[in-house]
Design a protein around this ligand. Structure first.
Ligand code: COI
Length: 359
């Protein structure tokens, strides 16, 4: 793959877009979009070098491929303020950016889109975060959320892959997604993913396909769906936008990666960190009925979600349409893991090589 064109320097005009922007609490999520984004086009078999430009509406033909056939993906990442001295000299830290680059490329290939070189992906994020340093919040748990996106940009209604693509990285200063334990609804009607489908990649359509099922959550007062396997609706797979872990006694179990489970970077990080924190981490199928029965009988059970957005989110209530309303009072391990991850992400403690990426 060849990269063409060189990247223009940050102009004073571009930087002036940041003038007058102050971070005021609450930041929320996606309330304030950073006025600078990164953009690159793929044409004639090559990516141009991503360039920083002002945030502005994009002109797309109504017959742009992504709008009709969903040839679109995204990644979720965060730039955290460096609050410690584990990574000296860095103003902000990205967490395992090359893992995200690799996952984006797996998604791109699955959807018939071209890979972007990992180095280009990471350098683009570095340049964007560096330009937006004043929008990286200073408080632990807050972040500059980054949204790399790629979509098929060819204007053509034929059911074939695009030949032109667009890579965009947006940024938005954000609060922690969840600051209190959440409730989860066991989804027994709809399914998130099927064998051979796109459940293991970050296809935009996976999220659109969850909206009808998730629509009831607000009315019921629940936060996230807990998806089960499509074939039997007996095994836990994922939450709406997070991987899932269950702790029973000393064991922490998450479903093994398959073509219906997203390879979460936080999921992988917890699996790798767990043993260093004396936790017994397993990748095994988890039956929803066993978790419910164990919690009902007073066993020491925890259920939590994990993902880039949520970090680690303990679940305090499980519900379903049979009337189940099951409190889950334990959250010691989830809370400990959440704090550990945030300490790593903010550079307060040292992590494995390459995990805390200085900007
Ligand atoms: C993530 O946690 O990885 C996300 O992409 C969150 C997003 C769906 C809001």
């Amino acid at each position: 793959m060849t990269i063409t064109h060189s990247s223009p320097e940050l102009s004073p005009e571009l930087l002036s877009k940041l003038d007058g922007i102050e971070l005021t609490d609450p930041l929320g999520f996606s309330k304030v979009m950073a006025p600078i984004m990164a953009v690159a086009h793929y044409r004639d078999g090559a990516w141009e070098t991503p360039r920083l430009t002002g945030l502005e509406p994009m002109a797309l033909w109504p017959h742009t491929q992504a709008l009709h056939y969903g040839q679109a993906l995204f990644e979720g990442m965060k730039a955290y303020r460096n609050l410690g001295d584990a990574v000296p000299g860095a103003s902000a830290l990205l967490f395992r950016p090359f893992e995200h680059a690799r996952r984006m490329n797996r998604t791109a290939l699955r959807l018939g889109m071209p890979e972007l070189p990992e180095q280009v992906y990471v350098e683009t994020l570095e340049r964007l975060v560096s330009a937006l340093d004043k929008l990286v919040p200073n408080r632990q748990g807050q972040s500059l959320y980054l949204r790399p996106t790629m979509f098929g940009a060819t204007a053509d209604l034929s059911v074939v892959p695009s030949t032109e693509f667009c890579f965009v990285v947006l940024a938005t200063p954000s609060d922690a997604f969840f600051t209190a334990p959440i409730s989860a609804w066991i989804e027994r009607l709809f399914s998130r993913a099927g064998p051979g489908g796109t459940g293991n990649v970050k296809a935009a359509g996976n999220y659109a396909a969850s909206f009808a099922a998730a629509a009831k959550l607000g009315k019921l007062g629940f936060h996230q769906l807990l998806w089960l396997d499509a074939a039997t609706h007996t095994q836990i797979e994922e939450f709406t936008a997070m991987n899932v872990f269950v702790r029973r006694g000393d064991r922490l179990v998450t479903p093994p990666l398959s073509d219906t489970i997203l390879a979460g970077v936080t999921r992988d990080s917890l699996l790798k960190l767990g043993p260093t924190l004396d936790l017994d981490m397993r990748e095994e199928p988890v039956l929803i009925d066993e978790v419910v029965d164990a919690a009902r009988s007073g066993e020491d059970v925890e259920l939590f979600g994990c993902g880039t957005g949520a970090v680690v989110a303990p679940v305090e209530l499980l519900g379903d349409d049979s009337g189940l309303r099951l409190p889950l009072p334990n959250r010691e391990v989830a809370s400990r893991l959440r704090q550990y991850m945030l300490d790593l992400q903010h550079g307060l403690i040292a992590g494995p090589e390459g995990w805390q990426w200085p900007v």
